[in-house]
Design a protein around this ligand. Structure first.
Ligand SMILES: [Zn+2]
Length: 136
């Protein structure tokens, strides 16, 4: 990333200023503490942003409620989020069903999100037991 101003030329409050408005992505993630960091890291890398708004709920892909969409709305509208990662993971206590069924739920959750957020890229992912991210 190139910056137009050198450190000396930057105003006092300019050091942390983003180069564009897009500094956020959004992630929908289980409450499971094992997977939030890998999902957040993936979102940062994938979208090249500094922050990932983490919207959590136990096993979220099993039930994509209006409430979840309202949370996504805050991230997209107020933070100008440039992309949404929707995740499911192995060994989910809140959604203890077959991995392949969970993966299918995750793809369907992504499809639901795409209907609402037509200009925002939505990426469904699976997090394995060793915290590897698989694109769905
Ligand atoms: Zn879970």
């Amino acid at each position: 990333m190139s910056s137009k101003l050198t450190k000396e030329e930057s105003p006092m409050n300019g050091g942390d200023e983003p180069e564009s408005e897009v500094n956020y992505a959004t992630a929908i993630c289980c409450i499971d503490g094992r997977i939030q960091q890998p999902v957040s890291d993936f979102g940062r890398r994938r979208f090249g942003v500094r922050y990932v708004d983490m919207i959590t709920k136990p096993g979220p892909v099993a039930n994509m409620s209006d409430e979840m969409n309202a949370y996504v709305r805050i991230s997209v509208r107020e933070h100008h989020s440039c992309g949404i990662v929707v995740s499911a993971h192995a060994d989910c206590a809140a959604n203890p069903i077959d991995d392949n069924v969970q993966k299918d739920q995750c793809r369907k959750a992504a499809a639901i999100l795409r209907e609402t957020w037509t200009k925002t890229e939505v990426i469904p992912v699976w997090v394995s037991l060793d915290c590897a991210i698989e694109l769905l």
